[in-house]
Design a protein. Structure first.
Length: 65
């Protein structure tokens, strides 16, 4: 789900975003910070950051290995 063009949180709800996010499956959400209040406690967050040298820095939160 790409939320780049999301202007208001009710647009996410009207598009069925909550139903998708809380279904039995995996949801991948780009620009997820726009709906951070909706994340369930067990959300695994993957952040991809492009560093100045062009390399990508990937961090993963809320996962046990």
């Amino acid at each position: 789900m790409d939320l780049y063009r999301l202007n208001e949180i009710n647009e996410f709800e009207m598009a069925g975003g909550k139903d998708i996010m809380y279904s039995n499956g995996v949801s991948v959400i780009e620009w997820a910070e726009k709906i951070a209040d909706y994340f369930p406690d067990n959300t695994i967050k993957v952040n991809i950051e492009i560093e100045k040298n062009g390399k990508r820095k990937i961090t993963i939160e809320n996962i046990s290995l």
